[in-house]
Write a protein that binds this ligand. Structure first.
Ligand SMILES: [Mg+2]
Length: 282
């Protein structure tokens, strides 16, 4: 049976600019065995090419088409809603490029949409402009709602924080397209031509990767190399199917692909130690 993977990057493949040991080997196994996969990121800052280059510098050689960002998901979604529309953007290159490629004009007056993504270029002037556009009728769109992002030096405010600011001032609620939204989760599966039952989401964040996968009925794998610890799990009313210390544990991909993992996301179904489980069920 065909299986394919949707793989989060930050906290799964790397942390900041450091490769997580074994992640390169895992991707090489997927490439060698021609198992379909897509990197799925809620970071809208970078283009596909930027992400490809970053991975290349870490020794992971993939195609641009292996990268699917929330910026791409957002731009495609909005293009269907309003072909040849206009947008005001608070964000960076990845979002701007995706919007242009999907037929949008970027304007600073009376746009159809105010689209907010990740970036370090937010100014009070830009926020004030956005507020007035939203109050004037522009729809508030978020590429994702992550409130923050862990960095090597601490915590960086995320897109969700900027969106919360705009929501507070305008009293309007944003519509978000990135993980865990079914819009992005489904678009990624379709990109790989997989059925729901063939799709596995691997991620380190419960609120986005795992929740998104659970809602879609995908199998889910939580890695502990990112922001989530085992002790955090009891607070959630959903859970992953499998917990691994790191994606390195999945390098023997046959064990994973050919295993009939339980699907149900019940606490007592979760495989807490994949290596032991795979041995016992070999
Ligand atoms: Mg992550």
């Amino acid at each position: 049976m065909k299986t394919g993977f949707l793989i989060d990057m930050d906290g799964v493949i790397y942390r900041g600019s450091h490769l997580i040991p074994g992640a390169d080997e895992f991707i090489n196994v997927l490439l060698r065995k021609e198992i379909p996969f897509l990197f799925l990121t809620n970071n809208s800052q970078r283009t596909r090419r930027d992400v490809q280059t970053k991975l290349q510098r870490m020794g992971i050689h993939v195609e641009e088409s292996h990268v699917f960002t929330c910026a791409i998901a957002t731009a495609r979604y909005l293009a269907k809603l309003k072909p040849n529309g206009t947008a005001y953007i608070i964000g960076e290159g990845g979002l701007l490029q995706a919007m242009h490629q999907n037929g949008f004009s970027i304007v600073d007056h009376a746009p159809d949409f105010v689209v907010v993504g990740e970036g370090r270029t937010v100014t009070l002037d830009a926020l004030e402009s956005a507020v007035n556009m939203i109050l004037g009728g522009a729809k508030l769109i978020a590429t994702n709602m992550d409130p923050s992002c862990p960095t090597q030096s601490g915590t960086r405010p995320g897109c969700g924080a900027t969106v919360a600011y705009l929501e507070a001032v305008t009293g309007r609620k944003a519509f978000s397209v990135g993980k865990p939204s079914p819009i992005m989760m489904r678009a990624a599966r379709k990109e790989l031509n997989l059925a729901t039952s063939q799709t596995v989401m691997i991620g380190d964040t419960m609120d986005t990767d795992i929740l998104g996968g659970v809602q879609m009925g995908y199998r889910t794998v939580l890695t502990l190399t990112g922001g989530t610890r085992r002790e955090d799990l009891p607070q959630f009313a959903y859970g992953p199917d499998v917990i691994v210390e790191s994606v390195a544990e999945l390098c023997d991909i046959n064990q994973f692909v050919q295993s009939s993992l339980p699907i149900g996301n019940r606490e007592d179904d979760t495989i807490h130690n994949f290596r032991e489980w795979a041995l016992a069920n070999a």
